[in-house]
Design a protein around this ligand. Structure first.
Ligand SMILES: [Zn+2]
Ligand SMILES: [Zn+2]
Length: 140
């Protein structure tokens, strides 16, 4: 069981099951949204989330023309969850909002072509210049 919350505590959540993947993303959207060099997220089955509190959302069309939806706390603005049109049925949680972010094991870094020189990353991670053609598999 994974638990987490936003900055102000208005939004809390629980997730059951294990993540299908953990990833760092250096894309420009993630930099703008986080104000940092990358975001770190873990993807789970959407039906495994139990969320309490009020979320606002923002729809964004990516470079590839696909829609992503970001969910954030209406009160404090913490970025909590993200969904995209490619991985229907899955949702990504922002690792930093977990009660224990160390439970997440990122396996990959994507959109490395946008990485800033000060954004140090574990070089042993599988790293992609863009977004690999990857889809979550059930039962991983
Ligand atoms: Zn909040
Ligand atoms: Zn990104």
């Amino acid at each position: 069981m994974f638990k987490g919350s936003c900055c102000c505590g208005d939004v809390t959540y629980e997730i059951i099951g294990e993540p299908v993947i953990g990833a760092h993303c250096h894309c420009i959207d993630c930099q703008k949204r986080s104000g940092a060099g990358h975001t770190t997220g873990a993807m789970f089955l959407e039906e495994n989330f139990k969320i309490k509190g009020t979320l606002s959302k923002y729809d964004q069309i990516t470079d590839g023309g696909k829609k992503t939806t970001h969910f954030f706390c209406t009160n404090c603005g913490s970025q909590l969850f993200g969904k995209n049109a490619v991985t229907v049925g899955f949702m990504t949680v922002s690792a930093g909002t977990l009660e224990d972010p160390n439970l997440i094991e990122p396996q990959v870094a994507v959109f490395a072509k946008f990485k800033n020189h000060w954004d140090m990353m574990d070089s042993s991670l599988e790293t992609f210049e863009g977004m690999p053609d990857w889809k979550p598999k059930l039962g991983v």
